[in-house]
Every structure is written in structure tokens, then in C-alpha cells.
Design a protein around this ligand. Structure first.
Ligand code: COA
Length: 358
């Protein structure tokens, strides 16, 4: 998480709202804002390094890096490319995935399918957002909800059954205008760059979300021939406490079956589910050999759920392994600088010698 905290009281200074209104309608108390020197890739990189340390996996072992984000640093190259370079994960393919707040579930599902198919062994799935850069800070009906952050999972194939058991993924583009942000492209080739900012019809999103959270949870359970009694914890997308409460009513389970930390971070879009899992692990709520349902929804409209057998707690590596990993990141930085320098040298040589590219 970025360190800068934006409280509801600070928002009172920016728009016509109150701490009381925000807490009552959303459950959010504060959110984090990425510093000026930070970006989606720097937040994602920090999450990735923490995940690799916790899982005790070397960046060299990564076959695939998926970054789920709606706020990529560039249209291209992908944020995943930038993170791959900084990790020194030279064997890994890397790409961004955009499925808005459901993106982390899409990413996990994709990584698991690639592993099951035998195409890869180890993937890094990152959810990273700097929503503060796209939120309209004059719009009180939306700016109160969102925050910045990043979370990451290492997903690795094992011989024993378990892990990511199954997922359901959905999309309904007819609801695209409920929640959107323009890409920043010109509308015509000679036109001006248009203003860019998040636009949302809150009530409609609320109704859609409360419905699909129930639907996706039931669907993923049915797919795995389980019932809610077999599930230890539901980890929902942290958009609004009232949406989670509505989902609990729809599923006819007490709300304490859901893990909730929306009060601390607000809606961090695709980062919210991994951040909630990290909190649940650190607070001891999520224990080894638990069965969990991840369920999310977002712009698109998109929604989905995954059923996960959370077997063992990650075992952090020894101090020596941590030291080696840190040294690796330093080498990765040097490697990246060397590759840039070599490209510069090559282009100078080709230019001066007026040689044609091979
Ligand atoms: N502070 C004070 N008043 C506010 C306000 C704010 N920040 N935002 C809106 N209001 C006002 C409205 O102007 C309206 O006033 P009016 O009755 O005089 O017209 C009133 O509060 C009720 O507005 P409404 O939009 O019906 O509120 P709501 O209970 O639906 O709550 C949201 C608004 C945005 C919190 C809620 O709809 C929501 O969370 N929707 C889901 C959004 C979401 O999750 N998006 C991300 C999906 S991934």
C-alpha cells in the first residue's frame, strides 16, 4: 500500500460530503493515495517482490507475469513488461489484463489453466491500481469510494490436488456505460485529446453488484459440487460494505462469513481481493487448509468467482535467500541498464555507418 492516507475528513475539504455519510453509505473510513514518484508499476513491483519473498520463489522461475489493472502506466508497453524487467524475470512472458475490478479473478483463472494445461509451471498474478489518477476528485458520488494499492499471488503447479479448484467468469458489455473511463485517445485523428475521468452510475452498479455476487458464488459452488457450509471464508471485492451485506442476505449467511477490510483501503479495484487475502492471512482469519470463495464484479460489466483450497501458509525464506533475492534485483537493474546501453550503441553504430538494419 502507498503510505499516504486520505481520510474521509480530508475529503470533506475537497467535496461537499461528510465522514458520517461516507461511512454510513460505503463503510470506507480512509484510503491510500500513491505518491507522485509512484505508479501502477512501482506499486505492482513492490507487491510482486513481497509475494516472491513470502512464497520463497525466485524471479528466475517465473514463466508468466499477468498484471491485472485498469490504470496502466502506459497504453503500451504493458505494466507487466515493466515489472518483468525490474524483477529480472527474463524467462517470463508478460502481459496486462483488463477486466476492471474482476481482473484478479480472471488473472488467477488464466494462470491456473495454463498450469493445468502443462504450458507453464509458475506464474505471478498481480492486481495493481492507481485509481487516484483517473478518479474525478470533484465528483462526490464516486471519489469517496476509490483508493490505490497492489497485491500479488505466486501461483505454482503441484502434484497434490488443491489450490485454485475452479472459476466462473462473466461479462455483459451492455452495461458498459454504468462505469467507465475513456482511454485518453483522440476521438478523431486531428482532434484534441479528450478529458479523461471515471464516470459512474452508483445506484445501478450497486443493484448489479448485489445480484451478481450471489449468483457467481452459487455458480462456483455448484461447479465444485459444494455448498456454503463447505466454505470457511468468502473474500469479496471490497467496493462497498453495503454491497457485501446485501450479498450476505442474498446468500442467507451471516456477514461475518465474508472478509471485510474496505474501511481501511476503500475500493482498490483489482487489487482489493489480494489485499484482503493478505490481511486475512496476517490477522489469522485465513488459516491453512481452508476453503475460500473469491468473488468480484466491476466495470464491463464483468463478474466472477473462484473456489480455492488454501492449504498451507506461505513459508518465508531464510535470511540468506532474502539477501540473494535482493542482490538479484540489483543485478536485474544493471542488466536492464546494460541492455538499454547496448541498444543505444547499436543504433549509433548503424546510424554512423549508414548501415541498413539486418
Ligand atoms: N456525500 C454526501 N451526499 C452524497 C454524496 C456524498 N459523497 N454522494 C451522493 N450524495 C447524495 C446524492 O446527491 C443524493 O442526494 P439527493 O437525494 O439530494 O439527490 C443522495 O446522496 C443519495 O444518492 P445516491 O446516489 O442514491 O446514494 P447511494 O445510497 O446509492 O450511495 C454510492 C451512493 C455511490 C455510495 C452507492 O450507490 C454505491 O456504492 N454504488 C456502487 C458503486 C461501486 O461499487 N462502484 C465500483 C464498482 S467496482
Amino acid at each position: 500500500m502507498p503510505e499516504t492516507v486520505l481520510t474521509n475528513s480530508a475529503l470533506e475539504e475537497m467535496v461537499d460530503t461528510s465522514d458520517e455519510w461516507i461511512q454510513e453509505r460505503t463503510g470506507v473510513k480512509e484510503r491510500r493515495i500513491a505518491d507522485d514518484k509512484d505508479s501502477t508499476s512501482s506499486l505492482g513491483l513492490r507487491a510482486a517482490r513481497k509475494a516472491l519473498a513470502r512464497a520463497n520463489v525466485s524471479p528466475r522461475d517465473l514463466d508468466l507475469i499477468i498484471v491485472s489493472t485498469s490504470t496502466p502506466q502506459f497504453l503500451f508497453p504493458s505494466t507487466a513488461n515493466l515489472i518483468q524487467d525490474r524483477l529480472g524475470a527474463s524467462r517470463a512472458g508478460a502481459f496486462d489484463l483488463l477486466a476492471a475490478c474482476t481482473g484478479f479473478i480472471y488473472g488467477l483463472s488464466l494462470a491456473a489453466s495454463q498450469i493445468e494445461a502443462g504450458a507453464i509451471q509458475t506464474a505471478l498474478v498481480i492486481g495493481a491500481e492507481t485509481l487516484s489518477r483517473v478518479v474525478n476528485w470533484q465528483d462526490r458520488s464516486s471519489c469517496i469510494l476509490f483508493g490505490d494499492g497492489a497485491g500479488a499471488f505466486v501461483v505454482q503447479g503441484k502434484d497434490e490436488p488443491g489450490g485454485i479448484r475452479c472459476s466462473v467468469l462473466h461479462s455483459d458489455g451492455s452495461g458498459a456505460d454504468y462505469l467507465f473511463a475513456r482511454s485518453g485517445l483522440r476521438e478523431s485523428w486531428k482532434g484534441d485529446f479528450p478529458p479523461n475521468g471515471l464516470e459512474m452510475q452508483g445506484r445501478e452498479v450497486f443493484r448489479f453488484a448485489s445480484r451478481v455476487m450471489v449468483q457467481a458464488t452459487e455458480e462456483v459452488l455448484e461447479m465444485s459440487s459444494l455448498t456454503l457450509d463447505d466454505v470457511d471464508l468468502i473474500v469479496p471485492h471490497q467496493a462497498n460494505l453495503r454491497i457485501i451485506q446485501a450479498a450476505a442476505r442474498g446468500l442467507k449467511v451471516p456477514v461475518d462469513r465474508f472478509y471485510i477490510n474496505v474501511e481501511k483501503y476503500g475500493n482498490t479495484s483489482t487489487a482489493s481481493i489480494p489485499l484482503a487475502i493478505v490481511d486475512a492471512v496476517d490477522s489469522g482469519t485465513l488459516k491453512s487448509n481452508s476453503r475460500i470463495v473469491l468473488v468480484g464484479f466491476g466495470a464491463g460489466l464483468t463478474w466472477g468467482a473462484s473456489l480455492i483450497e488454501w492449504e498451507a501458509m506461505p513459508t518465508p525464506g531464510a535470511a540468506l535467500q532474502d539477501f540473494l533475492r535482493e542482490s538479484w534485483y540489483l543485478l536485474a537493474r544493471m542488466r536492464s541498464l546494460f541492455l538499454r546501453f547496448r541498444r543505444l550503441l547499436e543504433s549509433l553504430l548503424f546510424q554512423n555507418g549508414k548501415r541498413r538494419n539486418p
